[in-house]
Design a protein around this ligand. Sequence first.
Ligand code: SAM
Length: 285
Amino acid sequence: MTDKAKALRDQAAAEIARALPGAPLELCADLHLLTRDGTLNADARRKLKQIGHLITQLRPALDDVLARFPEPVIVDCGAGKSYLGFLLYATVLGPAGRGTLISVESRPELVIAGRERAARWGMDRMRFVEGTIAGAELPERVHLVTALHACDTATDDALAVAIARGADHVAVVPCCQAEVARLLADAPVEDPAVASLFAHPWHRRELGSHLTNVVRGLALEARGYQVSVTELHGWEHSLKNELIRGRRTQRFDRKAEAKLAAVVDRFKIEPAIVRALAAAPRDAT
Ligand SMILES: C[S@@+](CC[C@H](N)C(=O)[O-])C[C@H]1O[C@@H](n2cnc3c(N)ncnc32)[C@H](O)[C@@H]1O
């Protein structure tokens, strides 16, 4: 290796160590987060920071499930190339020596590539489920569900998986939530003040996006989760930056159910997560 190549490699290794301590340089290279000459380009740097931040935010939940369960099951919904899954396994589950990570992804070629990579790296507690999140065959009981930028209602499907399988923790960073804006376009709202909030398409998109995540938070609270909503990281990285986290503390919460009912009634909408709750009554979960 030339001196220049070695210097570039050392620089990349230092950046990786800052973004995600413990992440192996060789794994990042294998995930194509490094260019051919061994550097991080802007996209890879952004991705690595995003995942580093998410794993940091997930850390208390990961520590909790590792402390309470001998073999915790972690589900990553809409996993894509499974950057999150591989780096989470490498930095947390691998060193812990237990726990299973299940990546759910609808694109078969990504699932095949993920399986091959996991086999090459000896990550034998990493599994891949091909198909939709809503239809995925998963264990009856899972402990932590996450979804990083699962498109539109795929985030709702991830929340529904968490609720139905009694996940102790859930953490989602939603992406391109467009469903509620579509629903608002036809919502028979009579209150002129409320209707004015989304009369223009631009406002419909903005309010729809916000309302989607408000409803998601209330849905989690209604099913017994203590919810926090924060930003994942500094705005310079991505606009898809809202992190919704929930920790299950009880089976349900009647006050949150009432708030959720009031919001959907006021805006005359029935978004995906509300339909999912209706299909899985709380007494059945
Ligand atoms: C924007 S990418 C994010 C990938 C990855 N989580 C990340 O942050 O790098 C969303 C991924 O979710 C997958 N996806 C979208 N809807 C899905 C669904 N309903 N069920 C399973 N996978 C889905 C897409 O194929 C895509 O790979």
